[in-house]
Design a protein around this ligand. Structure first.
Ligand SMILES: *[C@@H]1O[C@H](CO)[C@@H](O)[C@H](O)[C@H]1NC(C)=O
Ligand SMILES: *[C@@H]1O[C@H](CO)[C@@H](O)[C@H](O)[C@H]1NC(C)=O
Length: 443
């Protein structure tokens, strides 16, 4: 997940305080796989194997679009399991197939990339690569989809369709999901499931919601140029520091004065660089930040207004400005919106697997996830999986150099992936309308 994460840390407390209603009332006979899958995932031959893979990935983190060894490890495991795959898809991606090879198709997704963060946890399997760390849990995500693959392969004859394993590159800002979609490999997929580890949710618990769960996000960067000079003679200069300060104040009005209060939005200026001396007015200042919202339309509106406000407000003070949104390297991430029917499916499957009191509702929050790209073209469902440690140490959030996850959560993720996919196929195999031509054009 690609995020600014301070709030996230407190979410589990919020689940309990505000919305601690277990959600689930019905059971569903199509889920007879479920309990069984969790038992299998907890067996030493599966659990120990998963722990080994996760630790190996953790020791060897690779950044976005450089996941060559990660991809290789995945392919070696798929080879050993006898699972066919396509590679490379979207630079380093791997797409595996389990089942009949025929429709319906359902996908489960893992992201492979690590972050440019120096690990500060001292443990036996600490990152061996300086300045790189799996600080967002993608090592666990890959492991759990492999775990699901192992379980599903053992039950391949019972699978009534095809489970598509998606190992994608570059979730952290590089929009790897977009590249997987552009490769066309998911074109007949009817539904896709993804999860994210949550270090603040206990093992055995999950949390999600129907509808909007995570915001869409974009980045901006601007250079505001004036004319440098001596700080004691301001009238001979055009001061970009003051102009940039006014730009930042004006940007705050986009949310406070122009946005619908019932449509959550964020505009944050997180970068301000200018000047280097006490007595020199600099030539230019650069500022940058992020904007977040829960619809494409609102994101586009914010983008338009951010550019207008920066250029317009800079001009008020005789400065010029250029604005960049880096869309080539960091496309705007759409909001993550969970499909309503899949929410029912998730509640049934997770409720059967974990117990209804362990399936929590969560409030939406302003982090972003490139899983959202899949959801724009395929009904999709994204949920949080508990990996909280039992120890009394403080909990460190995702993207922290101190992040430590509880590996006891791995079997839950593997079993949920396997159960969600297999029971989806059982449930929908006779429903032709859900199978063909999933791509629609509602971007
Ligand atoms: C990938 O693995 C090879 C062989 O083990 C190693 O030499 C190389 O440094 C690894 N690459 C990265 C990016 O970790
Ligand atoms: C999707 O289905 C169509 C029609 O059956 C087929 O031609 C196409 O090759 C399929 N695409 C993929 C990626 O399997």
């Amino acid at each position: 997940m690609c995020l600014c994460f301070s709030k996230w840390f407190h979410l589990f407390a919020i689940f309990h305080a505000l919305v601690a209603t277990p959600i689930l009332s019905s059971t569903d006979s199509s889920n007879q796989f479920s309990t069984n899958f969790l038992d299998i995932a907890k067996k030493p031959e599966v659990f120990d194997w998963m722990v080994k893979i996760r630790r190996k990935l953790h020791e060897n983190p690779e950044l976005a679009y450089e996941e060559l060894n990660t991809s290789k490890l995945i392919r070696e495991e798929l080879d050993q399991l006898g699972i066919p795959y396509k590679h490379p898809v979207g630079v380093t991606g791997v797409i595996g197939f389990i089942g009949t090879g025929n429709p319906p198709f359902v996908a489960i997704r893992a992201d492979m990339d690590a972050l440019p963060i120096q690990e500060l946890v001292e443990w036996e399997h600490k990152s061996k690569v300086d300045g790189k760390m799996h600080a967002c849990g993608h090592d666990a995500h890959v492991t759990m989809v492999l775990g699901a693959a192992k379980i599903l392969k053992q039950h391949e004859k019972e699978i009534q369709g095809t489970v598509v394993l998606v190992f994608q590159p570059a979730e952290e800002g590089g929009a790897g999901a977009k590249k997987i979609l552009e490769a066309g490999v998911l074109e007949n997929v009817s539904a896709i499931f993804g999860l994210h580890i949550a270090p603040n949710i206990p093992v055995g618990f999950v949390a999600s919601k129907s509808g909007s769960i995570l915001a869409g996000s974009g980045f901006f960067d601007a250079t505001i140029s004036g004319k440098g000079g001596h700080a004691a003679i301001p009238h001979h200069s055009i001061d970009p520091i003051l102009a940039a300060s006014n730009v930042i104040i004006s940007l705050q009005h986009l949310v406070s004065r122009e946005a619908d209060p019932l449509d959550p939005q964020v505009v944050t200026v997180a970068k301000f660089q200018g000047g280097g001396a006490f007595n020199v007015i600099p030539d230019y200042v650069s500022i940058g930040g992020t904007f977040r919202a829960f619809s494409r339309k609102t994101l586009e509106q914010l983008k338009l207004r951010i550019e207008q406000v920066i250029i317009g407000q800079a001009a008020v003070q005789r400065c010029t400005a250029t604005v960049s949104f880096y869309e080539e390297v960091a496309p705007i991430y759409p909001p993550t919106v969970n499909n309503d029917e899949l929410h029912m499916h998730f509640q049934n499957v997770a409720g059967n697997l974990l117990g209804i009191n362990k399936v929590h509702n969560m409030p939406p929050f302003m982090g972003a996830e490139d899983f959202a790209f899949y959801q724009e073209v395929v009904p999709g469902y994204f949920f949080m999986l508990g990996v909280m440690n039992d120890s009394p140490e403080p909990i460190h959030p995702l993207h922290s150099p101190h992040l430590k996850i509880n590996e006891d959560g791995l079997p839950y993720g593997a079993a949920l992936h396997a159960s969600l996919a297999a029971s989806y196929l059982t449930k929908y195999q006779h429903d032709g309308s859900k199978v063909a031509g999933r791509y629609h054009d509602e971007l």
